[in-house]
Design a protein around this ligand. Sequence first.
Ligand SMILES: [Zn+2]
Ligand SMILES: [Zn+2]
Length: 146
Amino acid sequence: MYAGRQQVFLEATMICISVKCPCCGKSLVSAKKKLDKAPALEVNLTYAGKHAPLYLSSLYGSYAIESELNVPLGKAAGFRCPHCKADLKIIRKCEVCGAQMVAFDLTGGGQVQFCSKRGCKKHLLEFQNPDNELQAFYKSYLKALK
Ligand SMILES: [Zn+2]
Ligand SMILES: [Zn+2]
């Protein structure tokens, strides 16, 4: 039963997030695509005048991504909502590399932000009302595990 116990530990450290566009409010969770065995998040990636869908793992802490557009390591890309085409970059700059951060709204409240530079692993969860939102976040997460 050791393997089973380890699996639970892994799931408990990987939080599956559900996000929406801060501009139009539509879900960014892909209906078809899966990464890490969970529904992937889908945005429009733009780089050097080209664009293609980008799929990100919805597991918080996972860096799994998939796209036909190959952004070179160390280059910042553009991220747009696939529904309303809003630019998802925010004013905040990455503390690590200085590139602009990108933000999605969590459906339970708060935001998940990550660095727009390829290869930079900076990302964070932010809650405006940490007590309520964090609690709601963990509650929905625990529900998903049952
Ligand atoms: Zn949108
Ligand atoms: Zn960065």
